[in-house]
Design a protein around this ligand. Structure first.
Ligand SMILES: [Zn+2]
Length: 241
């Protein structure tokens, strides 16, 4: 199943015109490449990683806002599998599922973020004979994949680390990344927001207002429903160059 899902993930990258070895930002890519995509970050029970809803003209992915950015990236990639290849209109996804489709979606997600060939190329380019914590953290930062997802891949699908290493490498990741010079953003929630909507919903709301289909008040109400106080009250400061 691993190689089959890797093939599917690579086909998806080809369709999106993204090289197999490239690192991707799945947060912007999902919005960019999937039509009518909205991503909603919200607080959910810890054992729920996300959900997705496929409507006729709308694709919505829900992401547990309390999980780390790495895990959220994995969740978005996992939900993309449901949206693209699963006939179900609605899915709620947790951890530890024996369901066949869930396993496929997990493998697809892992391979979309980090294709099998990309790991091989990465090892070659970085002269990695065997993985240690240094090379693992470098690689997960490069691919923006969660620490856990990379460890699982190396242990259970590639058999390149031992179970003892797997257990030892799991510990203290924020500290271990910090002392190697990385910031902690991959290991903490995306933008540190509990509620956030990005993508098509926001675009449609603005468009409906511009075309006089809704009033200013309605626009603000819709944006506030989507947790976008920042747009309504203009709280974002632009970068100055
Ligand atoms: Zn799922």
């Amino acid at each position: 199943m691993y190689l089959e899902m890797n093939e599917l993930a690579c086909a998806c990258r080809r369709q999106w015109k993204i090289d197999v070895n490239e690192s991707i930002d799945i947060f912007s890519l999902a919005i960019n490449k999937i039509k009518n995509m909205t991503i909603v970050f919200k607080v959910m029970d810890d054992d729920i990683s996300g959900a997705c809803l496929k409507l006729e003209n709308e694709n919505i992915i829900f992401v547990n806002s309390r999980h780390s950015k790495g895990r959220q990236a994995f969740t978005i990639a996992h939900e993309l599998y449901h949206l693209k290849y699963d006939d179900n209109k609605f899915n709620i996804c947790g951890i530890e599922s024996d369901d066949e489709i869930e396993k496929k979606a997990d493998l697809f997600a892992s391979c979309l973020l980090m294709p099998h060939g990309a790991i091989e190329t990465y090892k070659l380019n970085n002269d990695i004979q065997s993985w240690d914590l240094d090379s693992i953290i470098d690689a997960e930062q490069y691919f923006q994949i969660s620490h856990q997802a990379l460890l699982l891949r190396l242990r259970f699908f590639l058999n390149e680390i031992t179970y003892e290493q797997y257990m030892a490498f799991k510990e203290d990741i924020i500290r271990n990344a910090s002392i190697r010079g990385y910031d902690s953003s991959l290991y903490t929630p995306y933008l540190n927001m509990e509620y956030l909507t990005i993508g098509n919903y926001i675009k449609l709301t603005e468009k409906a207002f511009e075309e006089d289909l809704i009033s200013q008040g309605k626009k603000e109400e819709l944006l506030l429903d989507a947790f976008r106080e920042d747009i309504v009250y203009n709280l974002n400061e632009d970068e100055s160059f």
